[in-house]
Design a protein around this ligand. Structure first.
Ligand code: URA
Length: 219
């Protein structure tokens, strides 16, 4: 194992320990043992707010933990915070967020507070660049804890970064998989286009509309 690989592994183990996992137990059983810990969202949030595992934590204004109904059946997962989210500490509050809110309200007939909204990573990457694999590796365990506590029936992956990192299917473009109903643990995962993409390509709204009708049926 190279020094870099060792450093990455150590970082990951440290991350898991921060989430309450024990080093020598299998992921699943350690998870079950520590379920009581992680059901406490505030404690998890506290850990995330104080996280400095990866470099982008240095430049954040706020951690964007996620928000919404902790018992939601429906969870949306985006890529990562942008400038507005970094400023406010809330997910999807800029132009893309306004469009997502409209989709939730007008197409799904729900309130934004009824669903849970989070991102693959919780700090804003410089200039809104796509998060690196190292950043995702450090941060994704927090998201997995959130999913574990919320236990949504349906997860909507917003855009390719979200879809790729949730599934590990890095080679499939979002245009090929959007609207498919995939298995994701106990939940169904439905990838669709990111609202930012819709702002640049309004003709794709009809596809997201169709995907949301599918979500509505399955809820
Ligand atoms: N884009 C995202 O992917 N997430 C946000 O929170 C905002 C914009």
């Amino acid at each position: 194992m190279t020094t870099i690989e060792k450093a990455k592994l150590l970082k990951l183990l440290y991350q898991y320990r921060c989430c309450g996992f024990e080093y020598f137990k299998e992921y699943k059983s350690a998870n079950a043992v520590n379920r009581g810990l992680c059901e406490n969202f505030e404690e998890l949030k506290n850990r995330v707010v104080n996280c400095h595992i990866c470099a982008i934590s240095k430049n954040r204004k706020n951690v964007v933990f996620g928000e919404g109904n902790k018992n939601a059946s429906l969870m949306f997962i985006g890529e990562g915070p942008g400038a507005n989210e970094d400023e406010t500490g809330r997910p999807f509050v800029g132009k893309a967020g306004m469009l997502l809110t409209k989709i939730i309200e007008n197409v799904l007939g729900l309130k934004r507070e009824d669903v849970y909204i989070a991102n693959i990573i919780k700090c804003r990457p410089p200039n809104n660049r796509v998060p690196t694999i190292e950043e995702v590796t450090s941060c994704k365990p927090y998201l997995m804890e959130q999913i574990d506590v919320i236990k949504p029936k349906i997860i909507v992956a917003l855009g390719s970064t979200s879809y790729h990192h949730l599934t590990g299917e890095y080679d499939l473009p979002i245009s090929r998989v959007r609207g498919e109903v995939l298995e994701f643990g106990d939940a169904k995962l439905i990838p669709t286009f990111h609202p930012s993409f819709l702002l640049r390509n309004p003709s794709a709204k009809k596809d997201v509309f169709a995907d949301m009708l599918k979500v509505k049926k399955l809820l």
